[in-house]
Design a binder for this molecule. Structure first.
Ligand code: SF4
Length: 434
């Protein structure tokens, strides 16, 4: 039996893909490279933008013939869109075997067991073969997503913020932190399985805190240092921090950690204080830039990347010009810029979506043109220099500050290698191994 996981959305969603696969892998499923080869498909959905939700729903519809060809096939829909639209999905697509929302991920293994048992009991009664599903863990089954050179470790779920445009708090719930020892155990296991870089994930990852087994409260900077000290871990990164929790203790901690001290993704969303207030981001452009200055004072060579929304309700040309000004001062190495689109159930959905589509489009292209220049400058500045690259997949990897690098042989997956940067193509450094 083969399993294919399709993930829509962010890094956290991608990390959840591993957890969603785990109970099926433990049941003996093996990874299928393509959906058409699979006996089970898990759709890990996203609802942050309408486009992501539409793509997932369209795929569920297109999977109907695949599902109907063989009654033994399993289709599971999980994640954030499943949380928001669960009842509707069950009604609209009755051939889906299991719908599990993001808030129920802790219950997911049990729900999968129940759904498989119900399905295959029913099939067994109708003379179908049950032995296709081995009940014990197959030692030959790939450990899959946990064996990557770069391994995600989710340290918290949910979000206590209420950014006015964001659906996450309503589909993922309030913050829940994984225990200190559990996070370290998972990071150690992934390092032992070959991971060299650990990516700590959470919606506001740096708000993590938890009491250890000794009763002492740990905060994120201590966790970061502890993960970096694990044998075999060469780099640690984290995504996405909230500027509000980026204090001096964290700035000091990142300074001593390879990866975390070389690149930080710091979402700003807008450079206009009026827009930031309406977005309920809990910082001003001045306090954000002051944080950037403190980080750069501690780590002058650090690269920063960011997220920006254009065309938020009532965004004026003046608001947008402040975003451009902030981008000029931030000079992000890369930028995820999006046109605002309202999400039902969020506070901003009640505001008038009054920036015309062509204005949003025009602002997005101006912002992208500016940020593309910063991205290109960062890459070109490396040409002629040697960079340390973690080989992620044989001749492809990233520098300590997160830039993509491609080079020829020799390929050494999982190894740190020195590469002379010789050129740039499609946002990637080209180089020669030294
Ligand atoms: S911090 Fe804001 S944008 Fe990020 S997940 Fe929470 S509510 Fe959404």
């Amino acid at each position: 039996m083969k399993l294919h996981v399709v993930t829509f959305g962010c890094q956290m969603s991608a990390a959840d893909g591993g957890e969603l696969a785990a109970p099926l892998l433990a049941r003996g499923f093996r990874a299928a490279q393509a959906p058409e080869d699979a006996d089970a498909i898990v759709l890990n959905t996203c609802t942050v933008r309408q486009h992501a939700e539409d793509k997932a729903l369209s795929l569920i519809g297109r999977l109907r013939p695949w599902k109907e060809q063989d009654s033994g096939r399993v289709l599971i829909v999980a994640g954030c869109a499943a949380e928001r639209l669960g009842g509707w999905i069950r009604e609209r697509f009755p051939y889906v075997d299991l719908v599990v929302g993001a808030k129920s991920i802790d219950d997911y293994p049990r729900l999968v067991e129940e759904a498989l048992a119900a399905k295959f009991d029913a099939l067994a009664e109708s003379a179908a073969a049950f032995e296709n599903i081995p009940s014990a863990l197959d030692p030959a089954a790939p450990i899959g997503w946990s064996s990557a050179v770069v391994a995600p470790v989710t340290i918290m779920r949910g979000c206590n913020y209420s950014c006015s445009y964001c659906i996450v708090p309503s589909v993922r719930g309030r913050e829940v932190y994984r225990p200190y020892e559990t996070v370290l155990a998972e990071a150690r296991a992934k390092a032992a399985a070959g991971a060299r870089e650990i990516l700590l994930l959470g919606q506001t990852v740096n708000s993590w805190h938890a009491r250890g087994e000794d009763g002492r409260e740990r905060r994120f900077p201590e966790l970061l240092r502890a993960v970096a000290a694990i044998d075999g871990v060469a780099r640690v990164r984290f995504e996405s921090p909230h500027p509000y929790f980026f204090d001096d203790a964290l700035i000091s901690a990142i300074s001593g950690v390879a990866g975390a001290g070389d690149h930080v993704h710091l979402p700003v969303q807008s450079g206009s204080d009026r827009a930031l207030t309406r977005m309920r981001r809990n910082y001003s452009s001045a306090s954000f830039l002051s944080l950037v200055e403190r980080i750069r004072a501690a780590r002058p060579s650090i690269e920063l990347s960011t997220d920006i929304i254009v065309g938020f309700p009532s965004e004026s040309e003046d608001d947008f010009s402040r975003t451009l000004e902030l981008a000029e001062r931030l000079r992000p190495t890369w930028t995820y810029a999006f046109k605002y689109s309202p999400r039902e159930g969020t506070e901003s959905a009640a505001m008038s979506d009054d920036v015309p589509a062509d204005v949003k489009e025009e602002r997005l292209s101006r912002l992208n043109a500016l940020c593309d220049r910063f991205a290109e400058d960062a890459l070109k500045a490396r040409i002629g220099r040697t960079v340390e690259v973690l080989d992620e997949s044989g001749g492809y990897g990233r520098t300590r500050d997160g830039l993509r690098v491609k080079w020829g042989s020799p390929a050494r997956p999982g190894q740190l290698t020195t590469v002379l940067a010789t050129g740039v193509a499609k946002r990637t450094l080209l180089g020669e191994s030294q």
